[in-house]
Design a protein. Structure first.
Length: 176
């Protein structure tokens, strides 16, 4: 594995405990079990719908591909309703939006690993939606460049956005 980029390092180090907390909350789902996987998808959807909607007001973000339509299709394939998005505060600035996007795209990495544990008869459009070649590295490069230009204030806001995104995932999990 290559050494983490500056962006990955400062965000990962600052949000490590948040990431571990969310991982612990979501580890209770048995992805091979239909009912548990359904609860997992609805929980993920509550967070994803809110976070992706929050990012739409920031045109300066690097290119990213929404996964809301994919999870909506998986829920429809299981004859499940779409949940309401989790409540979320407006992102205060571009740096916080970058931190939020870091968490969303990081969850895409995790999803591609978790997809191997989903039951064979269950839909996987959302969880198996991996990055295209170079996407993750490009995001980290964009964050690193912006952090270098924006300095400590920018980094602090990006960390705040990432922590807030992890909190949305944690609160969405508490409703299941």
């Amino acid at each position: 594995m290559t050494a983490p980029t500056t962006a990955q390092r400062f965000l990962r180090d600052a949000t490590g405990a948040d990431h571990e907390r969310v991982d612990a909350l979501y580890s209770r789902f048995d992805l091979a079990d239909r009912a548990s996987y359904a609860a997992f998808l609805q929980t993920q959807a509550r967070a994803l719908f809110a976070l992706e909607a929050a990012l739409t007001g920031f045109p300066g973000l690097p290119a990213w591909r929404a996964r809301s339509p994919l999870i909506a299709q998986d829920l429809a394939d299981m004859d499940l309703p779409l949940p309401d998005p989790a409540p979320i505060a407006a992102l205060p600035d571009d740096a916080a939006a970058h931190g939020t996007l870091y968490v969303l795209e990081g969850s895409r990495l995790g999803g591609s690993i978790l997809a191997k544990h989903v039951g064979a008869d269950l839909p996987t459009a959302f969880i198996a939606a991996s990055h295209q070649p170079g996407e993750w590295r490009a995001l980290l490069g964009t964050i690193a460049d912006a952090a270098e230009l924006g300095g400590e204030t920018w980094r602090a806001s990006a960390i705040g956005g990432a922590k807030a995104a992890f909190d949305v995932y944690a609160r969405a999990s508490a409703k299941t």
